[in-house]
Design a protein around this ligand. Structure first.
Ligand code: 3PG
Length: 307
């Protein structure tokens, strides 16, 4: 019996597994679960007879692909697939997919939640500020960006967006001001919410020039990837601009340095938790299982991300 493996160092909620397992078994496949593994060897062992796998941010490297001779498909249950070695997948004839949009609302809610938390001085009892009337810049208007914009409008924020891959008319139809350049976005907005993927074009692209152009009290919210930030330049902005705040769902490599020097001007979740809700886990996990079965049974390659 062919095996479909769910391999998640950061586990799905039990409610998600309770829905994924019957989909897999109901379609006639064996279900295997590897959670909270601490050693790569456990993953290499689990994939050796897997025909398909579902992962989250787990690193599916060339070594993992090569340890899985039966593997036909890997689905990243989530949006960003920078953790998959797409070249190795293609070389070994493995289809790689993501599940776009399935966990976006969870990330969107966390963005606004963290913004309120910091605007209210970490709920320490002192007078903070409100989000209403502040300008929010959405850097990339994809699935998550759209949710963030909608929720922010509910808060009464003025929403702006920059995305060279989306028609301005589409953005404007949602009551958002579409800006022409990334520079315009940063110089206009009190808050920036990052939603760009991490790739060769975006890594370290959020730099001193952009961040230091933000208005007084500027706040960067990063629920995307730490790799898109130029950390050395972020440190310089934090030093030069005592009014600047950095909020992130992915602690930077320079976390200890920021913590030592800039008390009260940052917030980092202890572990990436944008997509850590039962609902997002169910949506993404179930979509992943269905996509695998659709591919194995009917060759459906919707959501394939490698060539
Ligand atoms: C994504 O790209 O979908 C998010 O970053 C969620 O990642 P996670 O599944 O590791 O929480």
């Amino acid at each position: 019996m062919k095996k479909i493996l769910v391999a998640t160092e950061k586990p799905f909620a039990k409610a998600a597994i309770d829905q994924i397992r019957p989909i897999v078994e109901g379609a006639g496949y064996a279900f295997a679960l590897l959670e909270k593994y601490t050693d790569k060897a456990e993953l290499l062992d689990a994939v050796k007879d897997a025909s398909a796998m579902i992962v989250r941010s787990d690193k599916v490297t060339r070594e993992v692909i090569e340890a899985a001779p039966e593997l036909k498909i890997v689905v990243r249950a989530g949006a960003g697939y920078d953790n998959l070695d797409l070249e190795a997948c293609t070389e070994k004839g493995v289809v790689a997919m993501n599940t776009p949009g399935q966990n976006s609302n969870a990330v969107g809610e966390l963005v606004l939640g963290m913004m309120v938390f910091m605007a209210r001085n970490s709920y320490n009892g002192t007078a903070g500020t409100e989000l209403r009337g502040k300008k929010l810049g959405i850097h990339a208007y994809g699935n998550v960006g759209q949710y963030v914009a909608k929720i922010a409008q509910g808060f009464g924020m003025e929403v702006y967006a920059f995305d060279p891959f989306v028609e301005k008319a589409t953005i404007e139809a949602a009551g958002i001001t579409a800006l022409d350049t990334v520079e315009d976005l940063y110089r206009t907005c009190d808050y920036i919410s990052l939603h760009i993927p991490a790739n060769q074009h975006t890594k370290q692209s959020i730099n001193y020039a952009l961040l230091s152009s933000m208005p007084k009290g500027g706040t960067l919210v990063n629920t995307a990837r730490k790799e898109v930030i130029h950390e050395e330049e972020l440190m310089k902005v934090m030093a030069d601009r005592p009014d600047f705040t950095y909020i992130s769902d992915i602690a930077p490599d320079c976390k200890a340095d920021i913590e030592a020097k800039f008390e009260g001007r940052f917030f980092f979740t202890p572990k990436k938790m944008g997509a850590q809700t039962a609902e997002a886990n169910i949506n993404a996990g179930v979509a992943g299982a269905n996509q695998i079965i659709g591919f194995l049974e009917k060759g459906d390659e919707t959501f394939r991300v490698n060539k």
